[in-house]
Write a protein that binds this ligand. Structure first.
Ligand SMILES: NC(=O)C1=CN([C@@H]2O[C@H](COP(=O)(O)OP(=O)(O)OC[C@H]3O[C@@H](n4cnc5c(N)ncnc54)[C@H](OP(=O)(O)O)[C@@H]3O)[C@@H](O)[C@H]2O)C=CC1
Ligand SMILES: [Mg+2]
Length: 345
């Protein structure tokens, strides 16, 4: 059934957002204008690449290095060093030109990502003193501040690897130097990297929050409800529909929290919200096709789950403890926000 959700459901549509704290606004603007120019001007982008910083991936696994204290961080290389590595491994320097633009450092250096999957992995690791790590694993190893860049780098490379042809003519498309678009040579159709919009929602009945798990989740992990937007839907409509479909509840109000780019399994644009249902109509009617379980959690139970590490190892024979996605996942932020709000009220 199509549900019409009016915009009055959103409690605070004009909520002000603290975006960057005390960051220097003018240098931020100049960096964004610089990146804009590099996307528009292939020659300027090629020049920037020669003195830029490059994040290497091997078959979409980012290169990390370990510090003496055992901490992992992103291994950014200078473009000149990448050329040296390519030369030593007998690869054409032109491979560098397949890099994609992913940002601009605080020191105004353009940042790129490059997949060297055609080179021998161990040889590159040895030359760089780093290790290529599966992106999910990298999320557990890296500092939270590094995850957006490593995610963006992988997502853009993946998009180019999987969108090399025009969907109308079947011909190979050509990318611009920055990698921000691909163009079909005969019909001029332009393709841009895309994210699929997803609503993720933490539902509350005023006293408890609703957490659910899919059968594919790691054992014991519960998360907020999530669902892809259907064509033409608003965030409010998707949220109401997904809650109705997955747990059979009628949402009464919702509030925007924040958003996140999520690379798994493809790029999703996660829009995170809080929602309430009436405590008089809070009985869960589970859609067993999508979810394995969904239950209400008290504040105490939620705080317990938040304290658990990912993949907890319980004693043999005991049921696995309930835990929630780690901090880099926006689900974790929603759950923490709810717990803080609940303590205040
Ligand atoms: N960052 C975070 O904290 C969290 C992120 N997520 C992410 O949110 C996303 C959505 O959650 P999920 O509950 O799976 O979504 P849904 O509840 O929408 O269910 C997924 C199903 O929807 C269908 N579908 C419709 N549109 C799309 C599309 N554009 N891409 C892929 N599948 C689509 C597919 O069905 P079919 O195959 O039958 O066509 C798919 O199996 C997932 O990518 C998940 O990784 C989820 C929870 C937490
Ligand atoms: Mg879902």
């Amino acid at each position: 059934m199509v549900m019409h959700c009016c915009s009055s459901m959103v409690r605070s549509p004009f909520r002000s957002l603290q975006l960057f704290g005390s960051r220097d606004c003018s240098s931020y603007v100049s960096r964004m204008r610089y990146l804009m120019r590099l996307k528009e001007d292939d020659e300027a982008c090629r020049t920037a690449l020669q003195s830029g910083n490059v994040l290497l991936y091997h078959k979409l696994e980012p290169l990390l290095t370990q510090t003496q204290k055992g901490m992992y961080h992103l291994h950014m290389l200078q473009a000149t060093d990448v050329k040296g590595i390519l030369g030593k491994l007998g690869k054409d320097e032109q491979l560098l030109n397949t890099s994609v633009l992913i940002g601009c450092s605080d020191n105004d250096a353009a940042q790129f990502s490059l997949d060297v999957g055609s080179l021998e992995k161990a040889a590159v690791e040895e030359m760089c003193g780093g290790v290529f790590v599966d992106l999910r694993k990298a999320f557990f190893l890296l500092k939270e501040k590094d995850t957006p860049l490593v995610t963006k780098g992988q997502a853009l490379l993946r998009w180019h690897q999987t969108h090399a042809y025009c969907s109308a003519t079947g011909e190979p498309t050509q990318r611009n130097q920055a990698g921000s678009q691909r163009v079909s040579p005969t019909n001029g159709a332009t393709y841009y990297p895309q994210m699929a919009p997803v609503v993720i929602v933490l539902v509350s009945d005023g006293k408890r929050c609703l957490l659910a798990r899919q059968s594919t989740f790691p054992e014991g992990m519960y998360s907020a409800l999530a669902g892809f937007c259907d064509m033409g839907e608003t965030i409010e409509e998707t949220l109401r529909r997904e809650v109705a479909e997955e747990v059979g509840l009628e949402v009464e109000s919702l509030q925007y929290s924040s958003s996140q780019h999520w690379p798994f399994p493809q790029s999703s644009f996660m829009v995170a919200c809080h929602a309430t249902v009436s405590s008089d109509n809070a009985e869960v009617n589970l859609n067993g096709v999508e979810l394995e379980d969904a239950r209400w959690f008290t504040l105490e139970e939620t705080e317990d789950a938040l304290k658990k590490k990912a993949f907890p190892q319980g004693a043999k024979g005991e049921p696995t403890a309930i835990w929630v996605p780690p901090r880099y996942a926006i689900a974790n932020k929603l759950i923490r926000e709810w717990a803080i709000q609940q303590k205040k009220s």
